[in-house]
Design a binder for this molecule. Structure first.
Ligand code: FAD
Length: 416
């Protein structure tokens, strides 16, 4: 067996799983590749499920990451509607729920991070209560959008806010509750939250922050009302729950692989068992002296491709370059870097709608949130990835040409 001919088995036919398989073939891997996914559909993109697809502006066909013939052409044995139930590390094989045993030389866990659900004890199991993760969920969401009048969104993170934007655009009465003091508390600065809050309230969304959910009630098993933490009762024909995700670690856990906020991997995406890797939403990895887990398409693809290269013998450590986007109404929000630990936010605004917020830690640029400001985003992303920082005061001036600004690199003076 050579690296090119080793047997690769990938658990999880999502964004990261298919990116890894495609990259392996691209790098000249000729051995058997098996891609196993529990969902009935071949790998598809999730971001449009709470954006264009939900609005009816994108067909299901366009969600698929590869055309049907791709799998046969590239000899990727795609097994849908199949759950991997067990890893036998000693025998180097996995078991599936239809009784198959498949041997591997290299096993990749790309199992994602399913959404947290509301407990049944507070009505989380009532009909009409949904999360948006799968194509099936998105079709249910679209169905309610066509028939309901009132929707309650639980959670003011990106998915909840995107669902609120879609429902408001469709003419529904939308109430969004967030238990924390403000929306986007975990992922963005207060200034970005203010911008997004204003965007939603100007479209009629009723945003209630610092307000938890007491319980959901209904008749004949179907949700109809929500009692909020402050005692308010509101009507809800359906409820969208966007309260975060939990990395899917069951297989790793039951086979004794180390966990740490997901499946813990090293710079080469190897778990505590070197013949098993983990990638995408389910994996936590080293990043600038820390350990992080990212839930984004950009990370799923980049980590998958770096892992494919490592499986083929090119052991270049994976260095994450975090980026993300969100579409709400006519606003495209683009994010680069990680804002954690920032101590300064600098605003650069052309007008009320075109704005960016730049996150600094000391004099180091660490992240940007750009709203309808793609040039700011592109420049900041490049600087962050190159470890360069402009002076905060230079950024404030919307007439300053970003490309011409002096930047410092790694703490010393330099120019762009
Ligand atoms: P997934 O794509 O979730 O794939 C994991 C797959 O593994 C799943 O299909 C799961 O069923 C399967 N699986 C799990 N366990 C097993 C098992 N035992 N056997 C077989 N199969 C198994 N990211 C952005 O960057 N920008 C966005 O705007 C954005 N919007 C989003 C909107 C929505 C509604 C959602 C849900 C996500 C969004 N994301 C966005 C996040 C992005 O989609 C994820 O980060 C990305 O899909 C992660 O890829 P993954 O392969 O790690 O996991």
């Amino acid at each position: 067996m050579t690296l090119e001919t080793q047997r690769v088995v990938v658990v999880g036919a999502g964004q990261a799983g298919i990116a890894l398989c495609a990259k392996l073939r691209n790098l000249g891997h000729t051995g058997p590749i098996t891609l196993i996914g529990v969902e009935p559909a071949p790998p598809y993109q999730r971001p449009p499920l709470s954006k264009a697809y939900a609005l009816g502006e994108m067909d299901a066909e366009r969600l698929y990451l590869r055309p049907e013939e791709f799998y046969e052409q590239h000899k990727i044995d795609l097994r849908v509607s199949t759950r991997v139930t067990e890893i036998d590390r000693a025998a180097r094989s996995i078991e599936t729920d239809n009784g198959d045993t498949i041997g591997y030389d290299s096993l990749v866990l790309a199992t994602g991070a399913p959404p947290r659900r509301l407990p049944a004890a507070i009505g989380g199991d009532l009909d009409g209560v949904l999360c948006i993760r799968t194509l099936e969920d998105a079709d249910r969401f679209a169905g309610y959008l066509g028939s309901a009048k009132n929707v309650l969104i639980v959670g003011g993170g990106y998915i909840g806010l995107e669902a609120a934007a879609v429902a408001a655009k469709k003419g529904l009465k939308v109430t969004l509750i967030e238990a924390a003091p403000r929306i986007l508390g975990r992922v963005a600065c207060a200034e970005t939250a203010d911008y997004i809050r204003h965007l939603h309230t100007s479209h009629g969304v009723d945003i209630r922050e610092g307000t938890g959910l007491e319980r959901l009630t209904g008749t004949d098993g179907k949700v109809s009302h929500a009692t909020l933490g402050n005692g308010d009762v509101i009507e809800a024909d359906f409820v969208v729950v966007g309260i975060g995700v939990t990395p899917e670690t069951m297989l790793a856990e039951t086979s004794g692989i180390t966990l740490d906020n997901g499946i813990a991997v090293d710079e080469l995406s190897r778990t505590s068992d070197p013949s098993i890797s983990a990638i995408g939403d389910c994996a936590s990895f080293p990043y600038r002296g820390d350990r992080i887990r990212l839930e984004s398409v950009g990370n799923a693809i980049a980590q998958a491709e770096a892992t494919a290269a490592a499986i083929m013998g090119n052991e270049t450590p994976y260095v994450a370059k975090p980026w993300f986007w969100s579409d709400q109404y006519d606003v495209k929000l683009q994010i680069a870097g990680l804002g954690t630990g920032h101590d300064l936010i600098v605003e650069r605004a052309t007008d009320e709608k075109v704005k960016s917020f730049w996150y600094f830690r000391g004099d180091k640029l660490v992240a940007i949130d750009a709203m309808n400001a793609p040039r700011d985003y592109m420049m900041a992303k490049r600087w962050i990835e190159n470890g360069q920082s402009p002076r905060p005061d230079d950024i404030r001036d919307p007439d300053a040409v970003l490309k011409s600004l002096a930047v410092t690199a790694n703490g010393s003076s330099g120019s762009a």
